[in-house]
Design a protein around this ligand. Structure first.
Ligand code: GLV
Length: 314
């Protein structure tokens, strides 16, 4: 089994080491070293443990002739070539549900942090400016703002439920109306949703259809008072358009947990007080990561014991 050793918690590594023969691929290493690693283990590797950052692309899959399963330590499986896995009969599992609360909590935290400027105000106090300059400027109320959700799946619905408790009317976009969203306002296009909400949240899976679902038209429809929250994936957003809209004041603010080219974040955003930046930590709680690790191991055990997979994707 191989497992990218970056971003994987010791708890998971220990569990994998205890139950399987584990080869750790350091994905930050030079390409030559990684290639040598794969060549020397290619025939023995039957499983890959991927993450939200490093999965199993076509190139990796082609190098592993005996690969049977990719067990991803993530909800999103956009870093795995699912079509190739299907074609080759390679099983794929992920970690759904166990981090839903944590990702939704972070989304609400970002909404509050952007609206009430929690991060710059904290910096204002820490740097002694309160006593020097007096009160910080007024911020924007969050309660009661209309929240638009792109992708009312488990995470989207958990965000909606939390926002409802703040008195926020909910609108949503998905390909079709969802029976579970009977109390929410359906918008047939993302532009329509953006034009009809104050805070727009990206909570859908990344697929070829949802890449750059946030483009210039959507940003312009959200407008100079609107806030974008992205707890999905960086490529959901046309990042260059987002950065210029924020710099030019055409968008009111953004709370971003994910970026196009992680861990690189556009430096122009660092100076903006209406932007809150997180290093892709939606599921990064001890509780969620432990439950995710248990699912990764449980899926592998089930596979090698010929039992039904716990959370199959393919
Ligand atoms: O981004 C995190 C995940 O997909 O679990």
């Amino acid at each position: 089994m191989t497992c990218s050793s970056v971003q994987v918690q010791p708890y998971l590594l220990e569990a994998l080491e205890e139950k399987f023969t584990l080869h750790k691929l350091d994905t930050t290493t030079e390409p030559d070293k990684a290639a040598r690693f794969l060549r020397s283990h290619r025939d023995s590797i039957r499983a890959v443990v991927g993450t939200a950052f490093v999965g199993a692309d076509a190139e990796l899959i082609d190098q592993l002739p005996n690969l049977e399963i990719v067990s991803s330590y993530s909800v999103g499986v956009d870093k795995i070539d699912l079509a190739k896995c299907k074609e080759k009969g390679i099983r794929v599992t992920n970690c759904p549900d166990v981090s839903t609360d944590d990702v939704a909590d972070l989304a609400l935290g970002l909404m509050l942090a952007v609206s009430r400027r929690l991060c710059p105000i904290d910096r204002y106090v820490r740097s002694g400016l309160w006593s020097k300059l007096g009160d910080y400027e007024l911020t924007t109320k969050f309660s009661g703002k209309t929240v638009g959700i792109i992708g009312p799946g488990n995470i989207g619905m958990a965000i909606a439920k939390r926002a409802e408790a703040f008195g926020c009317p909910i609108s949503y976009f998905s390909r079709s109306k969802k029976p579970a969203c009977i109390n929410y306002n359906y918008c047939p296009t993302v532009v329509d949703l953006a034009a009809n909400c104050d805070i727009l949240v990206v909570a859908c899976a990344l697929t070829p259809d949802t890449r750059h679902i946030i483009n210039r038209d959507v940003i312009d429809a959200l407008g100079p008072e609107g806030v974008l929250i992205n707890i999905g994936r960086g490529p959901h957003v046309d990042e260059a358009e987002l950065v210029s809209a924020l710099l030019e004041g055409r968008l009111g603010g953004a709370g971003l947990d994910v970026f196009q080219d992680e861990p690189n974040v556009p430096e122009e955003l660092f100076k903006l007080d209406n932007v809150v930046l997180m290093p892709h930590v939606g599921s990064a709680t001890v509780e969620a990561r432990k439950a995710m690790a248990d699912l990764v191991v449980g899926n592998l055990e089930a596979h090698f014991l010929n039992k039904p997979l716990l959370t199959p994707v393919v």
